[in-house]
Design a protein around this ligand. Structure first.
Ligand code: NCD
Length: 332
């Protein structure tokens, strides 16, 4: 979708391949990167998400988006992102074209290009969510599309809707964002959820501790963003070192599919596991988050700890995506 707001600032962003800021709201806009959001945008979406939760709990669904169609185009595996978007659209009374069970059943397998696939889907749907293995692919889709595009994860780039639900979860669980000490653990290099959340948190007054092996350290561009904002940041290899101090512990899976050399993956997988013993050293009021899927990073025995917020985090994804769909389609 072509940008229409705040012409000159948006032109500068466009030159460096960034989607426009959402200063004039969400209606008709692409959601490609967390760099588009202001604190006001976030507060608005969080308020709408709370309303969506109230509707779902009370009556299950509404017909706010009756007659509208969402296309879900997933070139990479997904459980939560795809199904929560589908559930969100269904609960808002709209319908979905789900290309989520492997694009091998679509003409992509016949060699159709991304632009042509997007042009096709937008002639049937009002909005498209795309997940693709290449960084920058969601922006490319947006450049070709007349309808709004939502980035559902572009390779090792960003995952903006996950960052929204992550931040919403922090706010709901802890009650505030400013003043918090955030620990991020695991695959900080390839984890797009980490990239988006760390960037989004730069809008707030937070302190970061990053825990990873050397080869999975946070990318320099994200680190520079944090430094630009003058936020305190520390890096370490040892999760036990930070656990007594953090208010939020955000742990991620090592992204096996991003490794060119699987021997390297074998070296770093399973380095960090959150166990009940480790949790004994954490604050009484803190939360453990994970974008999921987990492949051993949190032992199942932690699930019953009230500080384990990852399943509530996952549920929040549906309310946030309901809010986002309604806002982008002008019905919030
Ligand atoms: C994440 C992703 O796809 O980036 N999953 C998700 O959307 N909740 C994290 C991951 O795959 O590890």
């Amino acid at each position: 979708m072509v940008a229409q707001s705040n012409a000159s600032a948006d032109k500068d962003r466009k030159k460096v391949g960034l989607a426009p800021k959402l200063d004039s709201g969400f209606y008709g806009q692409d959601i490609i990167s967390v760099s588009q959001f202001t604190r006001e945008n976030l507060e608005y979406i969080f308020d709408v998400a709370e309303e969506m939760r109230a509707i779902v709990k009370r009556v299950g669904a509404t017909d706010l988006l009756k007659g509208t169609v969402l296309a879900c185009l997933f070139y990479e595996p997904s459980t939560r992102t795809s199904s929560s978007f589908i559930a969100a659209m269904s609960r808002l009374g709209g319908t979905v074209i789900p290309i989520t069970q492997g694009v091998q059943f679509s003409s992509v397998s016949k060699g159709e290009s991304l632009p042509d696939t997007i042009r096709t889907l937008e002639s049937y749907a009002d909005i498209i969510v795309i997940r693709h293995p290449e960084m920058g692919s969601a922006q490319i889709a947006a450049d070709y599309a007349r309808k709004p595009i939502i980035n559902g994860g572009d390779g090792v780039g960003e995952h903006p809707t996950q960052a929204l639900l992550d931040l919403f979860t922090i706010k709901e669980e802890v009650g505030r964002i400013d003043g918090l000490h955030i620990g991020m653990v695991g695959d900080l290099r390839y984890g797009r959820t980490v990239h988006s959340l760390a960037r989004l948190l730069c809008l707030y007054d937070v302190q970061f501790s990053f825990v990873s092996p050397e080869i999975l350290r946070l990318p320099l561009d994200v680190m520079n963003k944090i430094r630009e904002h003058g936020l305190p940041v520390a890096e370490t290899y040892d999760v036990a070192e930070i656990i007594p101090d953090v208010d939020v512990l955000y742990i991620t899976r090592v992204q096996k599919e991003r490794f060119a050399d699987l021997a390297q993956y074998e070296e770093v997988k399973g380095l960090y596991v959150i166990t009940p013993e480790l949790m004994k050293r954490a604050k009484e009021k803190m939360i453990v988050m994970h974008p999921l899927p987990r492949v051993g990073e949190i032992s199942y025995a932690v699930d019953s700890d009230p500080r384990a917020a990852y399943f509530r985090q996952m549920e929040n994804g549906m309310y946030i995506r309901m809010a986002l769909l309604a806002a982008v389609l002008g019905k919030a």
